[in-house]
Design a protein around this ligand. Structure first.
Ligand code: NDP
Length: 471
């Protein structure tokens, strides 16, 4: 008898997803370019409905029709190479699923190319890392709706569950799923940056120890900020280095790495012309962290202000930082969701933002209690232009803005960099300002380049001869 689904690519993600699928009662054929990974997996899969294959022909022949094939290979050229080898072996109506961290434009292209051969192509975001892949990731599939319907029962069974609801839903056509996964990763960058700034202030201005910080984050995780990233942050501060006995965070070099998905999100914002300053600033913050040697040199050349002690009790300052963090997080999600709205219009994806918030609630890295609030906001108003205009979020940002202002002031006075907090507040203040100074920019553009401007008092396009004629 034939297998119900096949997995190509048996590195950490493919192997764990295959086991996850098998554990929900499906039979799985597996294939990997180098055969050792197939052997290794089979030796760890005793008693499981996992069927190893050693050629693509054998793999394809082992699958029931229409074939459902999940690719979990390295994103980019490796995915194209794998698709090209598989394509001649497939039949019309077969479904290829790419679960890698693929750039959404590649998914749009592959979806189009494969549909010309009658093969369905689903590009799906999978979040949750190795552990999530095995026990229940958040799944963001995009592609032909009719193909999605055929794989939906599998996706829903293997995904994370929140209150019994699957963290998997149809996102939209072609690249929609990978786009949403990309924005998820961008939001993750911003969440991490904002948490890092909170930590930095409490350490450098309030002098909290790692043990104190563990307590603070553990406490925060019980309230509005309840989330996976806050939870692991609390855990991190508890961990001691086995070699030195120091807190782990204090022996880790302050140079942040990245794989590029945050950068892609910012690049897309620039292409769409939508403001995404918090995520973008978070990408830049990693870049600044990466020039460690330069910073070490500059620290000996350039000075900052003398320390200024906070005017309030430590407990109150910590609460202000918590509020600053939550308000900035709201501004960041407002930007991310506004960008998805712009992309949805640009690419005709008809994204359902409430559904997206819902599948972010479990399995993935940004999972958080507060995503329920985002879902409720879009239930109230599916066409919401900005999350901060929703009644729940409006109340929070209005009452927490004074804390954010206070925290930024304290940071500025002490010379502690808070790029995420600062840009969150600038976004809030820009967004709520009826008249910005862009009138002057328009005047300058018209002055030096005759770029024309519009007027506040009548319709039309205008140009002014700015220079007085020489007498
Ligand atoms: P890798 O990204 O390390 O990819 C390794 C797999 O790709 C192996 O099966 C390898 O085969 C195959 N491969 C590489 N080059 C080629 C090629 N030219 N032709 C055919 N096959 C090739 O594995 P991961 O499991 O870490 O990730 C798989 C995908 O999932 C990636 O797109 C990744 O970005 C994404 N992802 C990863 C997450 C994670 O936490 N790691 C989380 C979410 C998504 P071989 O053994 O023969 O070299």
């Amino acid at each position: 008898s034939k297998q119900q689904i096949g997995v190509v690519g048996l590195a950490v993600m493919g192997k764990n997803l295959a086991w996850n699928i098998e554990s929900r009662g499906f039979s799985v054929a597996v294939y990997n370019r180098s055969s050792e990974k197939v052997d290794d997996m089979l030796s760890e899969s005793e008693g499981k409905q996992i069927f190893g294959t050693y050629s693509l022909q054998e793999f394809v022949d082992s699958l029931e029709s229409p074939r459902k094939i999940l690719l979990m290979v390295k994103a980019g050229a490796a995915t194209d190479a794998t698709i090209n080898s598989l394509l001649p072996l497939l039949d019309k109506g077969d479904i290829l699923i790419d679960g890698g961290n693929t750039f959404y434009q590649d998914t749009i292209r592959r979806n189009k190319e494969l549909s010309e051969h009658g093969v369905h192509f689903i590009g799906t975001g999978v979040s949750g890392g190795e552990e999530g892949a095995l026990t229940g990731p958040s799944i963001m599939p995009g592609g032909q709706k009719e193909a999605y319907e055929l794989v939906a029962p599998i996706f829903e069974k293997i995904s994370a569950k929140v209150n019994g609801e699957a963290c998997s839903t149809y996102i939209g056509p072609d690249g929609a799923g990978h786009y949403v996964k990309m924005v998820h990763n961008g939001i993750e960058y911003a969440d991490m940056q904002l948490i890092a700034e909170s930590y930095f202030l409490m350490k450098n201005v309030l002098g909290l120890s790692a043990e104190d910080l563990h307590e603070v984050f553990a406490e925060w995780n019980k309230g509005e900020l309840d989330s996976y990233l806050i939870e692991i942050t609390a855990d991190i501060f508890k961990k001691k280095d086995a070699e030195t006995g120091k807190p782990m965070v204090d022996v880790i070099l302050d140079k942040a790495g990245q794989k590029g998905t945050g950068k892609w999100t910012s690049q897309s914002a620039l292409d769409l012309g939508t403001p995404l300053p918090i995520i973008t600033e978070s990408v830049f913050a990693r870049f600044i962290s990466a020039i460690k040697e330069e910073r070490v040199h500059a620290s000996k050349v350039l000075s900052g202000p003398d320390a200024v002690a906070p005017q309030k009790e430590q407990k109150e300052v910590i609460e202000a930082i918590r509020r600053a963090l939550y308000m900035s997080k709201i501004a960041s999600y407002a930007q991310g969701f506004a960008q998805m709205k712009a992309a949805s219009e640009e690419y005709n994806w008809d994204l359902k933002f409430g559904d997206i918030a819902m599948i972010f609630r479990g399995g993935c890295i940004i999972r958080a209690q507060f995503l329920q609030k985002i879902k409720e906001a879009y239930d109230r108003e599916p066409a919401l232009t900005n999350l901060m205009l929703d009644e729940y979020f409006k109340d929070i940002v209005e009452s927490y803005q004074s804390a954010l202002r206070e925290v930024i002031s304290l940071a500025v006075q002490n010379g502690v960099p808070v790029p995420g907090f600062s840009t969150a507040l600038a976004y809030y203040d820009s967004y709520r300002t009826e008249t910005l100074p862009a009138n002057l920019i328009q005047a300058q553009r018209d002055y030096f380049g005759a770029h024309t401007y519009q007027r506040v008092d009548k319709e039309g396009t205008f140009h002014t001869e700015w220079m007085e004629p020489k007498a």
